[in-house]
Design a protein around this ligand. Structure first.
Ligand code: AMP
Ligand code: FE
Ligand code: FE
Ligand code: ZN
Length: 273
């Protein structure tokens, strides 16, 4: 049997592993293929591919787009995308600029509302000076300063949706995200539906054009996993799965894995679009 973990982040977005480190760990954990799905960026893919050749791991070029529906954050994964298309890269850059500005505003709020000893430029330089700063980078800085004990506490008290210091981000709609992925030849998949916690929303997303559903995910319960596998069968969707590894070992790449057969299904659909 061959196995794939189709949901992973690298230092190109909010992961802690470089693309090479991610591929290395995927090899150590016995995987045959991985999806590299950074938030709103494909900047980790070239390095991942080189490492993939070196370690004998197939790299499925992917992305995780942050979109929204009825004010709720919905993540759409895209697989087998032709990511080098210039208009696609321009658009991703616009989305990332918005993310960066918004992270800066949140740091400003944390400093002014709570007197926290945080500095955006410091957070940015610790993230390697990249322009893709997300809330996990802010949360990690808060841990380092002893303000919170872990990332979960930072989201719960300060930077989660609904918190005082939280700032909304420019987001595309679910339908726009799905269309974007299709226009670059990719297969759109609904990420971790269990995190949405609202079945009505999940049912609303299906007719928007997703082709697959991430039934297997590290934050899903066994019941959720089974119910989304059933839903996929009923709606004729491809079942996908991944750990959503961010490089902190919790989860580790490969902790969630699916049969390589599902990767073949995704590839066939990408070819035919
Ligand atoms: P941002 O892109 O800045 O909105 O940050 C969103 C990212 O933060 C997600 O992709 C997750 O990696 C992480 N995240 C979101 N909610 C939580 C949470 N409650 N606990 C830990 N990490 C979270
Ligand atoms: Fe993330
Ligand atoms: Fe996500
Ligand atoms: Zn993710």
């Amino acid at each position: 049997m061959k196995y794939a973990d189709l949901h992973n982040h690298t230092t190109a977005s909010d992961g802690l592993y470089t693309p090479t480190q991610l591929v290395y760990h995927a090899k150590c954990n016995g995987l045959d293929a991985i999806g590299v799905t950074d938030h709103d960026t494909t900047n980790g893919l070239d390095e991942a591919k080189i490492a993939g050749e070196r370690f004998g791991i197939e790299i499925i070029p992917g992305i995780e787009l942050n979109t929204q529906m009825n004010g709720i954050e919905i993540h759409i994964l895209g697989y087998f995308i032709d990511y080098k298309v210039p208009w696609f890269q321009d658009l991703l850059r616009t989305i990332r600029d918005a993310r960066n500005n918004r992270a800066q505003k949140m740091v400003y709020n944390l400093v002014n509302m709570y007197g926290m000893d945080l500095d955006f430029d410091e957070i940015k330089s610790r993230a390697g000076g990249r322009e893709n700063i997300g809330r996990p980078h802010i949360a990690r800085a808060m841990i380092d300063k002893g303000i919170v004990k872990d990332i979960a506490e930072a989201f719960e008290k300060y930077i989660g949706e609904g918190c005082k210091a939280y700032v909304e981000r420019y987001k595309i709609t679910v339908t726009e995200g799905i269309e974007l992925i299709k226009r670059v030849g990719g297969v759109p998949v609904l990420a971790h539906p269990g995190i949405i916690r609202d079945e009505r929303i999940v049912n609303e997303i299906i007719p928007c054009g997703i082709v697959g559903i991430e039934a297997y995910h590290s934050k899903h319960t066994f019941q959720q996993r089974d119910s989304y596998v059933k839903l996929a069968k009923a709606e004729d969707l491809i079942v996908t799965g991944g750990s959503d590894c961010h490089g902190d070992g919790n989860p580790m790449v490969g902790d969630v894995r699916i049969s390589y057969e599902n990767v073949c299904q995704l590839r066939e659909i990408a070819k035919s679009t």
